[in-house]
Design a protein. Sequence first.
Length: 94
Amino acid sequence: MARLVSRARSARGNGSFTAWEPMPTAELLPVWSLTTATFTVDQVKSYPKTDFPTELVYGPSRTAGLRVVTCGGQFDQSSGSYLNNVIAFATMTP
C-alpha cells in the first residue's frame, strides 16, 4: 500500500495537492519510480482530524492501493489549520 501525504494549502500559500480540490472519483493518478503505476480513485472521504481513520490509511490491504491524504474542510483561522483530513482511496489500475 502506497501513501502520499501533503497539504492542500497553508498560511504560506498553496500546497502540492491544491490542484486536486476537489478530487473526483475515477480520477487516474500516475505514480512514478523506476516504473509507472496508475491508480484509480475509488472514493474520497473527509474525516475530522480528531477521528483520523488510522487503520484504513496505514493498515494492511489485500490489494495494491494508494491513499492520498491532505487537509480540507473548514479552515480554523485561530489555529491556522483545516479541521479535517481528506483522503482519496485508490486501487491499482491494471
